[in-house]
Design a protein around this ligand. Structure first.
Ligand code: PHB
Length: 403
């Protein structure tokens, strides 16, 4: 099989890239190792920056998002038994934080692509990228009992942090920055309407907790736990009691409790691969960079990469010019480093580390108090929370009827 852009991975980065290339008239093929049901059920963070919402609308994937997304003007930060609201919209000229799960974005993009888009092959497992530094790279993959070769002009590696495309980058000349935190998030989906209208970030001495949601009927909650924790050690009762302890305020409503439908552990780590390109292989999303989930920059970063890459490939396709492809890695990494810094700062501000006498917690709450008392610092937080990449975001592509 031959195509212009071979896309490995049908997560948000790969599917959005395929959609944008299709709208720009560039041929592509998407290979996804898992089956459709699995790809559509991968649970990840579900908070969209304003620019991510704008791009999904502009490419025709905004209809259900507009109907079912939960649009938030603010967030709450809770510590020492008190809640403090950060008015995101007021500080950013109306930018919101939107709750719409990754699973739903993937479903919408898959449906669009299967309807009128480029080929999307499920259960097509990429085995290796070959000839990465020639003008004719290829992806070797396994599908329907046999090996095949997808020959391309460019390969887009959108296959996540464990994918094969990053292996096409030579060790010499590639730098990998990595940091692993000693704690993880225990994430649960609970069959109960959210207690709060907005997201609540709680910095408690016992550890961090995050109150989020998926729909008006389903809550999404996270608890900081030690790395390596077995979710099976956390029965429903223990989870609710721990959440209640970390969220306790003098006057707030008690947490609504309900059956927990799923629980999983998210390790906290940062990993950035530089550059994000080797020859004609370009990485996007988790394949290139992982940040801890605090602040939900992972999915938004994947979307920003896909937009940047689609623009660069579309220019090359139209004119033969490689100017934007040549700066693709630097353009993305400029933003990625901001995401790394933001995610690290927010993580360290809200989580507990080793703290023998409580002084680390007191110094964290002093920092939080200082931040919330400073209009400039609150405005900066609101800007970074609702959109790190708008300043670098090229004009949203013209849609074909969406939005
Ligand atoms: C989520 O809803 O999964 C979520 C929201 C905000 C975050 C992280 C995760 O900062």
């Amino acid at each position: 099989m031959r195509t212009t852009v071979g896309i490995v991975g049908a997560g948000p980065a790969g599917l959005l890239l395929a959609r944008l290339l299709h709208l720009a008239g560039v041929d592509c093929v998407v290979l996804e190792a898992r089956d459709r049901a699995y790809a559509e059920a991968r649970q990840r963070a579900g908070m969209l920056e304003q620019s991510t919402v704008d791009v999904l609308r502009a490419c025709g994937a905004g209809a259900r998002l507009d109907r079912e997304g939960l649009f938030h003007d603010g967030i709450e930060i809770r510590f020492d038994g008190r809640s403090h609201r950060v008015d995101l919209a007021a500080h950013t000229g109306g930018r919101q934080a939107t709750i719409y799960a990754q699973t739903e974005i993937v479903k919408d993009l898959v449906a669009l692509q299967l309807k009128d888009g480029p080929p999307l092959l499920f259960e097509a497992q990429a085995l290796a990228v070959e000839r990465a530094d020639t003008a004719r790279p290829a992806v070797r993959y396994f599908h329907e009992g046999a090996e095949h070769l997808l020959e391309c002009d460019y390969v887009a590696g959108c296959d996540g942090s464990y994918g094969v495309t990053r292996r096409a980058l030579p060790a010499a000349g590639t730098r990998v920055y990595e940091h692993v935190y000693p704690y993880s998030w225990l994430g649960v989906l609970a069959d109960v309407p959210p207690t709060h209208d907005e997201l609540v970030y709680a910095a408690h001495e016992r550890g961090f907790a995050l109150y989020s949601m998926r729909t008006p009927a389903v809550s999404r909650l996270y608890l900081q736990v030690p790395a390596g924790t077995d979710p099976a050690d956390w029965p429903d009762e223990r989870i609710w009691d721990e959440l209640a302890a970390r969220y306790a305020t003098a006057d707030g409503p008690p947490l609504r409790r309900g059956p927990i439908m799923s629980r999983s552990l998210t390790p906290m780590r940062t990993r950035v691969t530089e550059p994000m390109r080797h020859g004609r292989v370009l990485l996007a999303g988790d394949a290139a960079h992982i940040v801890p989930p605090t602040g939900a920059k992972g999915l938004n970063g994947a979307v920003a990469d896909a937009v940047t890459l689609a623009e660069a490939l579309a220019l090359w396709h139209r004119t033969g010019g490689e100017r934007l492809l040549d700066v693709y890695s630097d353009t993305c990494l400029h933003r990625v480093r901001q995401a790394v810094r933001f995610s690290r700062d927010l993580t360290e501000l809200l989580h507990t580390g080793p703290d023998r006498d409580g002084s680390a917690h007191r110094s964290r709450t002093a920092r939080l108090r200082r931040l919330l008392a400073s209009p400039g610092a609150v405005a900066a937080l609101a800007h970074e929370y609702t959109g790190l990449w708008s300043a670098w975001c090229p004009a949203a592509p013209a849609g074909d009827g969406g939005g």
